[in-house]
Design a protein around this ligand. Structure first.
Ligand SMILES: [Zn+2]
Length: 107
């Protein structure tokens, strides 16, 4: 049954082409890779849906927000919390006004 191998190759090639947009999205670590895959799966059989998926996959990848700076914590977030001289509540070291008592902090 040599036809079995041929059919297998056709399925792999067609399947690979069919899910090319999802593959591209995954490789580019697209933030909408999941949505692209869903659209690819549901509308990929329509030429338009497939093209939309592919275009979507190769465009508008948002710059990574968290992972890029996850290793080193952003220094602006908590430069050593300090206590409010007025009410004693903890507040960010860079705060100029206490959130608890609304007192302006002079430095
Ligand atoms: Zn305070």
């Amino acid at each position: 049954m040599g036809g079995g191998i041929g059919l297998f190759v056709v399925v792999v090639v067609v399947g690979g082409l069919y899910f090319l947009p999802s593959f591209v999205a995954a490789m580019r670590e697209h933030h909408n890779a999941g949505a692209i895959f869903a659209l690819n799966l549901l509308l990929g059989w329509t030429a338009l849906g497939w093209i939309v998926c592919l275009v979507w996959a190769v465009t508008q990848v948002n710059p990574k927000t968290a992972p890029a700076t996850s290793a080193s914590k952003p220094p602006s977030l908590e430069p050593a919390a300090v206590r409010c001289p007025n009410c004693g509540e903890w507040m960010p070291g860079n705060a100029i006004r206490c959130l608890a008592c609304r007192e302006w902090v002079r430095r």
